[in-house]
Write a protein that binds this ligand. Structure first.
Ligand SMILES: Cc1cc2nc3c(=O)[nH]c(=O)nc-3n(C[C@H](O)[C@H](O)[C@H](O)COP(=O)(O)OP(=O)(O)OC[C@H]3O[C@@H](n4cnc5c(N)ncnc54)[C@H](O)[C@@H]3O)c2cc1C
Length: 600
């Protein structure tokens, strides 16, 4: 079994040739870095992924965390991996050096995280949740909260969680019922039940810092009444040392299809009436704060899905190169040696689809990282434009890779044939792990509603205007060899504009329920358009580099040729599929709305 997690050559191409990540080092925020230091960070991440994460990926899947009624036990390799990630500085990878970090651009940070996710998504879950919780605290917490918790989260001594979901409130967070009652000392008493909380209990760290959504008594109904609290597993003493156990109890662990190594917990807050919570920021602003973290988390979910998809692609590619079976259709000699299955066009179709999906999804999410960097470091106008575009694309960056990452893993199983369906081979685990991604951090259905119900119309549609402008720039600078793809994408963006206008009109005339009933098709249409754009960007760069590469450099020629072929595949085999979406959207199809529950 290959230990290739991602194609390092591809990552290098995406980061430095396509996204020009090294140009970020010219900006003050990243001036401590240069191409060499960014590459060193990537190599460190790849090394940790191979040495500390990959070896126990399968073991953890087979030997998942256990709860004996008192404590949760997890294989020791998980802690060793978390320590390696923390010791290399990745937990504070995004923070400036003054803040104890290594100030990596998000574009590169995401690429590092892609290695971890490809190697072992379950173990990666603990540090990733901790990073996200720490950033939430850093951005919105009081100085005192930051002082007490942040350094320990950034060093890996404490871990973090996101505690939003309740049994009756998953997609609809407006319906949470967890209560927060003010206490005399300025803290709050939290009472309620949360489910599916990842990393919600374990013995991997000295403390667990839960970011909990709750409603302060008397708060306005719905999302406007949600506040955010820090609820530690262990309270801290005045001097910062660990104090008594807080009133947060593990009710039990869920047993999942995949991602088995990340504990999935049902937590009871305040069963004894003394669960202490500390308000973050202002009352009733919790969802706004949480959304900042969720947007980062959504990009992270898309990246994870792309990475697990990519790992399955690497595995099935390796398998296809070494599995002899069958002969070319034209061969009539039954005694001729069988060929490796990669020689069959249908197997190449499945590999090309995986390549197009996974490299496309990785490009999409790394582009998201580039937008995050532009928001934090570009001149104001460019930063504002990046923010508007990131807001628009966040649901796509979550949903497209998670839909197509799973499809890629499905194809990886198919490439392996019967072996792919057995637990003796690794690709079924990729599929099981990846199957979570369309569900959590807002289901893909909710992402579609977010895109079509909110994001597209924000700032009078400015996000889509920016996207069109950027696509046009790529079209006008593409080399003549890509003329066919340029024409197709040019036609498609006009269809996106027409479909959007048509839905806008339906919104006015028929109301949001009808107008949004084909939101999934809209997400698919804009998702495919965006990925087609990123493929054109890659192909243009590959074409340019191919012209300037010495023909004797076989490795480089093959790499660029592969990029061009994957782009062609996406435009010929995938892009025509969105015509169905265009037709449904333009005709205002109401088949799903008109179906009645009692007709099923
Ligand atoms: C392994 C795992 C880890 C998780 N980790 C965490 C975590 O760390 N923290 C946390 O807080 N939560 C976590 N979750 C919860 C996760 O975010 C929710 O499961 C998810 O948001 C969906 O909520 P639900 O399960 O209640 O499904 P529901 O909300 O009941 O949705 C069921 C179906 O109905 C659809 N649906 C619901 N409402 C609408 C609507 N208005 N319009 C159209 N369709 C709709 C959904 O798209 C979905 O297909 C995790 C879940 C899992 C499985």
């Amino acid at each position: 079994m290959t230990d290739q997690l991602l194609n390092e050559r591809d990552l290098d191409f995406l980061l430095f040739d396509v996204l020009k990540a090294d140009s970020l080092c010219e900006r003050k925020a990243f001036s401590d870095h240069n191409r060499e230091s960014l590459t060193a960070a990537l190599q460190t991440a790849a090394g940790i992924a191979r040495e500390y994460l990959l070896p126990h990926n399968r073991l953890l899947d087979e030997d998942e965390p256990q709860f004996d009624g008192k404590t949760v036990s997890i294989r020791p390799e998980v802690k060793q991996a978390m320590t390696a990630i923390a010791d290399a500085g990745f937990l504070a990878g995004r923070e400036s050096q003054e803040e104890g970090g290594i100030a990596l651009p998000e574009t590169v940070m995401l690429a590092c995280m892609a290695y971890f996710m490809a190697a072992n998504p379950s173990t990666s879950g603990y540090p990733f949740l901790t990073m996200a919780a720490a950033r939430l605290l850093k951005n919105f917490g009081s100085d005192s909260l930051k002082e007490h918790f942040l350094p320990h989260m950034q060093s890996g001594r404490f871990s973090g969680t996101m505690a939003l979901t309740e049994p009756q409130a998953g997609s609809s967070l407006a319906d949470i019922t967890t209560k927060a009652t003010p206490a005399d000392d300025g803290t709050y008493r939290i009472k309620g039940h949360k489910i599916y909380i990842s990393g919600g209990d374990h013995e991997l760290t000295d403390n667990i810092v839960h970011m909990v959504l709750a409603k302060i008594e008397g708060a306005p109904p719905g999302v406007k009444g949600i506040s955010l609290f820090v609820v530690p597993k262990f309270l801290l003493q005045e001097d910062g040392s660990l104090g008594e156990r807080n009133d947060v109890a593990l009710a039990g662990l869920f047993h999942k299809l995949g991602y088995r190594g990340t504990t999935s917990t049902a937590l009871n807050f305040g069963e004894k009436g003394c669960c202490v919570g500390y308000l973050i920021g202002e009352p009733h602003q919790g969802l706004k704060y949480m959304f900042q973290m969720m947007n980062e988390a959504r990009l992270g979910v898309g990246l994870g899905a792309a990475s697990i998809g990519y790992r399955g692609y690497m595995l099935s590619l390796d398998y296809a190169k070494g599995r002899p079976q069958g002969r070319p259709a034209a061969s009539r000699d039954p005694l001729a040696a069988p060929v490796n299955i990669i020689e069959h066009a249908d197997v190449r179709r499945m590999l090309l689809a995986q390549k197009a999906y996974c490299e496309g999804a990785l490009a999409l999410t790394l582009y998201g990282g580039r937008l995050v960097d532009d928001i934090s470091s570009a001149p104001q106008a460019e930063a504002e434009e990046a923010q508007t575009l990131l807001d628009l694309l966040t649901p796509i960056m979550k949903a497209w890779p998670s839909e197509y990452g799973v499809k890629a893993n499905d194809l990886a199983i198919q490439v392996y044939g019967g072996a792919g369906y057995t637990r003796e081979y690794p690709v079924e685990q990729c599929w099981r792990d990846n199957r979570l991604n369309p569900i959590h951090e807002g289901t893909n259905g909710i992402q579609a509603l977010d895109l079509l119900g909110r994001k597209v119309w924000q700032e009078k549609g400015r996000g889509l205007t920016i996207l069109h402008k950027r696509i046009q720039n790529t079209l006008s600078s593409a080399p003549p060899e890509l003329e066919v793809e340029v024409k197709k994408l040019d036609a498609l963006i006009k269809q996106v504009a027409a479909a959007t206008a048509s839905i806008g009109a339906a919104m006015q005339q028929a109301g949001p329920d009808v107008a949004l009933s084909n939101a999934a098709s809209y997400l698919h249409l804009v998702g495919h358009t965006t990925v087609a754009w990123l493929w054109l960007m890659q192909a243009a760069e590959a074409q340019h580099l191919l012209k300037t590469t010495d023909a004797s450099n076989e490795e480089a020629v093959s790499f660029y040729s592969g990029k061009l072929q994957a782009c062609r595949f996406f435009y010929r085999h995938e892009l025509p599929l969105v015509q169905r979406d265009v037709d449904l959207l333009m005709s205002g199809d109401t088949t799903t709305m008109d179906m009645q529950a009692n007709w099923f």
